[in-house]
Design a binder for this molecule. Structure first.
Ligand code: SF4
Length: 278
């Protein structure tokens, strides 16, 4: 016999407040439905900010500085310039949050890592700048809201970089990663690019482009960081699978039942005390 005080049935939560979804929210649901509810429905305050999240945002801001300079025609900025952009963004990300660092990591080692990664990125950007056919930047941090499926709330996306190269609309997503991406990692990340590309079809036509080219730019968090440019081929089957995944996830969300899915990821979950009591 079970003690009813211990074995509580999970409570259901109304999803009426959800007016949009995103790639990130769908992934969060797939990883842990309870975390999804804390973050997107109940909007519970986070107990801490994982350093990896603050780092990712600050790194994006620093690379944005490189794209802004390109857009203004002022060439590739100096390392100090982008490092200043990193420092400002890191301080904004962490000033009002309790940052949880990983083992053998602190604010100083995080900054040193940012310096190495930005140095590698600037080398890549300088090489790109010497290529004969330059792409024209259309938008940096491009916000898009579109309807993917009639019975599902609109999708919101924020795309790192949009460029026009000839008749190609080029969509880039920047990643900072512990290690180089292999084929498996690329394959499991394709839905994100497929989602972005689907929402950009109207803009593609408006710009007179004839196809959308998607790519991941991955910068590794290593002693000697490398920049990988990965351009996976997406097919119509990927679009069909994406729509199935989103429809299935939305159907599951609407049940209002958000079970805990305990895993190694709980250690970095900013709701873990509330959720697990430890
Ligand atoms: S602590 Fe674990 S089970 Fe609880 S919400 Fe976070 S990821 Fe899910």
């Amino acid at each position: 016999m079970y003690d009813s005080a211990v074995m509580e049935a999970p409570s259901t939560v109304s999803t009426a407040t959800l007016d949009h979804i995103s790639y990130s929210s769908v992934k969060t649901y797939q990883t842990c439905p309870r975390k999804f509810a804390f973050k997107y429905i109940e909007q519970v305050s986070e107990e801490f900010k994982p350093s990896s999240l603050a780092f990712g945002s600050a790194f994006h801001s620093a690379v944005e500085r490189v794209q802004e300079a390109r857009m203004q025609g002022s060439g590739v900025p100096a390392l100090n310039d982008v490092l200043n952009a990193f420092d400002t963004a890191w301080s904004n990300e962490t000033c009002s949050a309790d940052v949880q660092f990983c083992k053998e990591e602190d604010a100083q080692t995080v900054r040193e890592l940012a310096q190495r990664m930005l140095d590698a990125y600037l080398t890549y950007a300088s090489l790109e700048a010497t290529l004969p056919s330059q792409a024209q930047i259309i938008s940096i941090e491009h916000s898009n809201r579109f309807c993917l499926l009639a019975d599902v709330p609109p999708v919101e996306s924020r795309i790192d970089l949009l460029e026009l190269q000839g008749t190609d609309l080029v969509v880039s997503d920047l990643k900072s990663s512990r290690s180089r991406w292999n084929d498996t990692k690329v394959a499991e990340s394709i839905p994100q690019l497929v989602l972005y590309a689907t929402g950009l079809l109207p803009l593609m036509r408006e710009l007179g482009a004839t196809r959308i080219v998607t790519k991941f730019v991955v910068v590794t968090k290593a002693k000697k960081p490398v920049v990988q440019v990965l351009q996976p081929q997406c097919s119509q089957a990927d679009v069909v699978r994406l729509k199935e995944q989103v429809a299935e996830t939305w159907t599951a969300i609407q049940t209002g039942l958000f079970v805990k899915r305990e895993s190694w990821a709980c250690a970095q979950c900013p709701f873990k005390s509330r959720c697990l009591g430890r």
